[in-house]
Design a protein around this ligand. Sequence first.
Ligand SMILES: Cc1cc2nc3c(=O)[nH]c(=O)nc-3n(C[C@H](O)[C@H](O)[C@H](O)COP(=O)(O)OP(=O)(O)OC[C@H]3O[C@@H](n4cnc5c(N)ncnc54)[C@H](O)[C@@H]3O)c2cc1C
Length: 552
Amino acid sequence: MSELIDHTLRGGWTPSGAGAAPLPAHALRWLSTRIGLDGITTPAAPASLLDVPGSALPEAARAELAELLGEHQVQTGATARLGRAGGLSYADLVRRRDGTDLAIPDAVLLPADPAQVQQVLEVCVRHDVAVVPFGGGTSVVGGVTALRGEKSSVVALDLAGLDRLISVDPVSRIAVLQAGVRAPEAESLLAAHGFTLGHFPQSFERATIGGFAATRSAGQASSGYGRFADMVEGVRVATPVGEWRLGSAPASAAGPDLRQLAVGGEGALGVITEVALRVRPKPTEMRYEALVLDGWQAGAEAVRALAQQRVLADVTRLSDVDETAVQLELSGGVKSRALRTLLLGRRIAEPCLLVLGWESTSGAELKQRRAATLRALSGFRSLRLGPRGGEAWHSNRFAGPRQRDALLDVGVCVETLETATCWSRLSELRSAVRAALVRALEHDGRAPIVMCHLSHAYETGASLYFTVLAARSAQDPIGQWQRAKDAATDAITKRVPGHEMGRGTLTHHHAVGADHLPWLESEIGSIGTTVLAAAKRAVDPTGILNPGKLIR
Ligand SMILES: Cc1cc2nc3c(=O)[nH]c(=O)nc-3n(C[C@H](O)[C@H](O)[C@H](O)COP(=O)(O)OP(=O)(O)OC[C@H]3O[C@@H](n4cnc5c(N)ncnc54)[C@H](O)[C@@H]3O)c2cc1C
């Protein structure tokens, strides 16, 4: 296991925590002035100081599981259990820091292969033990919170042992990977065969193949490679009623696509043990560059043009004026001052950064695709910054979680949320969510920083991803964020007059988990929740799988 995936490491993204990306002094000063930090620091509590209740796993179940997996693969010690006590949302991290309200599993199970996963489920059915499938543990929606539901004990089923590349079919370009393979390992296993998955979410360093499938994840290069769900050709799933394999051809009309019960099933409808994935030749050529457009509306129009003319770059990411300003402020220095002067000279009043990235195995093809993208943008007033801005984004693309550790350390409430909608409602949705977040987090006359970007574009619409920075409430840090999240989610799900749906989706790629569950019916209707409950009864009749997530 690499250091990065040591699950006992829940207080920081890497072993060096905030030290991995310390905030420069100028950034801290600026942040203090903007959001008013009052010096609250909450370092992550060492595991030894946390109160961990004894394991409630019945001895008969523990003994049977130990016989099946081996004594070392059934862990009931405090450190192992704390390491799987929740995911990595802001609320999870705050709880982990002050050690309160942690839902701690009674044991951690470490099966070695799909057959053992199937047998574990059979034992857990017999002993009526709840099972939380655990991949990289990077869920930000309470997906891996160790809820017991109606069961008296709950185990975290850690899939780290399912870490193999099973096969590569270079002719069909399909690779079969086990569910516990983490993204960096998946990329290096595939690179040995000349392939890539092209799935690069910000949680790349820690998240797993099974987690990506179970949550319908989307990576930063989704415009080129597609969302994770688009890559899934087939799945092997362990369920309490037996093993289920789905996906025998690239397309099928044999009824509804039941693979989608696993892809997006969030561990409530089965444990994914293997995934057959479409892979692509590993690119040898890359070009990243940045432009600045004037105003969100113009930027969104430009990305819509790219999507509808089908000339999107593989990475297409538009920051709104607030996110662009923060990026400039935090980078500071001579270069950012020079850029501000340049923007003023070009009369770009509301700079919105657009990062574009193309990847290919052929220089000529890349050139052609880049030219098509830039041609489609020629009707929009923009300032071309060239490769430097794009390459800077590319080399820092996984730095966000490290910076979050540093922000948490200095008392910032830092959290993100995401949604998606069609182009005709995109700006209305952005304004409504932004306003809801600002209202909910305004305190003592100080407004929070609310930033937004668009990083997944489709012909019919796009995603919106919000990042919030506010001074953390010393008395009630979790309630402070929960009220803001509720307000934003209400704004997203609110019915639009004349349109029987909400303004946007509850979640574009973070999934439902426990946190979004109260709003799910507003999106899929009571028929939708009944269908999901019926599917669950069919595959998990005693309800052991991931209680309280996705399905009530
Ligand atoms: C800093 C940060 C940045 C992030 N950036 C992105 C991003 O860019 N794009 C994105 O899509 N998401 C992002 N996420 C969210 C998260 O990384 C994704 O949801 C990811 O897909 C979860 O993978 P995981 O292996 O960590 O799954 P986990 O967190 O372990 O589990 C997630 C859910 O899937 C279930 N599950 C896990 N493995 C299996 C399995 N084998 N079978 C059945 N169910 C399973 C769990 O029970 C849980 O409900 C981010 C999270 C963080 C903390």
